[in-house]
Ligand binder design. Structure first.
Ligand code: PNS
Length: 168
């Protein structure tokens, strides 16, 4: 049986942890819709919504639907006719935030949320720190898909440092 799931997020920028959630959801459920949305709790992003959508599209398998959605996640779930919302979990603090959001979303719409654990080697990756590092010219190539890496280098310039292997 194939199910359709919604993966909402701000994706500013989309990173390898997000890509892993898309791949897990695709393997488990079948069809994945990624909705790039506004998170009112996260001002100070770097990429406009249209560019975030474009970069997600270029980073995921071609059968994944990627759209911007201006309203609530539950309205996106209804709009795309999905069976579940999916969210990735890195840490216990992610769980606390996501659990409250999942209960709230269920209370207003009846849509359930399914959590997917992130890969252990991706647990440290966060869009916030990628933004900070890229803004100061640091190297984020090991944390983001290639199209995102190229876009950040286009905005902030070519990164000046490499990872631990490069510094030895
Ligand atoms: O990648 P993020 O920033 O953790 O994603 C959070 C996001 C965009 C999924 C969340 O802020 C959201 O659902 N925004 C849409 C507005 C909404 O539905 N708010 C009610 C949440 S209970």
């Amino acid at each position: 049986m194939s199910l359709t799931v919604l993966y909402p997020g701000s994706f500013d920028p989309f990173h390898l942890g997000h890509l892993d959630v898309v791949e897990q959801a695709r393997a488990l459920f079948g069809k994945v819709v990624v909705a790039a949305m506004h998170n009112p709790g996260k001002p100070g992003g770097v990429l406009p919504l249209e560019q975030r959508v474009e970069l997600v599209r270029r980073s995921v398998p071609s059968d994944v639907v990627v759209e911007a959605f201006p309203g609530l996640a539950v309205d996106a779930a209804a709009h795309f006719g999905v069976d579940f919302i999916v969210k990735g979990l890195r840490t216990a603090s992610d769980f606390d935030v996501e659990q409250q959001m999942a209960h709230t979303n269920y209370s207003v719409s009846g849509v359930r949320t399914v959590y997917l654990p992130c890969r252990s080697d991706h647990a440290f990756i966060s869009s916030r720190f990628i933004r900070e590092i890229a803004q100061y010219g640091g190297d984020v190539a090991h944390m983001v898909p290639e199209p995102v890496c190229a876009a950040l280098a286009g905005i902030f310039g070519k990164p000046h440092s490499s990872g631990p292997e490069g510094r030895r």
